[in-house]
Design a protein around this ligand. Sequence first.
Ligand SMILES: [Zn+2]
Length: 264
Amino acid sequence: MTNSSMAALQEVQRLDHRIRELEAAFQSFEPRLAEAEAPALELESELGGVQQRLAQMQADLRRLERSGQEKDVRIQKLEERLTRVQNLREEAAVQTELSLIRRARGADDQESLQLMDQIQRAELVVEELERRSAEARAEVEPNQQAVLDERQGIEEELAELRARRDLALEGVGRVERRVYDSFHASGRPVVVARLMDDGACGHCYSMVPLQIQQEIRSGTSLIRCEACGVILSADLEVEEPHPVEPASVASADGEEDSGGATAT
Ligand SMILES: [Zn+2]
């Protein structure tokens, strides 16, 4: 193993740190998009409900009209039959049937009138809700767009960081890479750390035995901290709290210096 391999590994670690941050930020966009859209969705869903009820009432009204027409035909036939009855008993029977159907016909009319009234009111509500949801839609649109733009910025930065990571990995030796990958996969944020000048592990600060310090300083084999397990190297840069330039997560002044954020 070489020192340049360790430096490359440190760069991968730095990039991974930033990639994880951005991936977490990316996850938060679905709820944020839903939230931005909520005012319009609420009105649209209310509108949908009223439209559905309106359609149902219109269908009911058409059904009533058809049934009224059928009753009219039946009434007409019975009235004709009334002119041809043979006796009183037959006449009484026809009259009874006629009055039943006329009464049912009247009830249909009554129901139709009520329905027409309800339909008229529902149409007014639909009109009002259509207007309000169009307004709400127009209002949420810029908010949504802002969130979408921000998400796209993160997507682009992630793509770039992943490309840089691939590049940095080319400089990492096979053994180091295997150790790094298994640590990284288990969610460990720090895999490689600097052996500090006083001989402490740069990650957990426990002292590394002298003989092992020498081996680390000679840089001939991959050595891990006995206390915390990170790979130790003597020739790494001191880690900053924010390893890679924190670019556009918080949006707004989104000038990203993604080129060579190797920090100071
Ligand atoms: Zn340690």
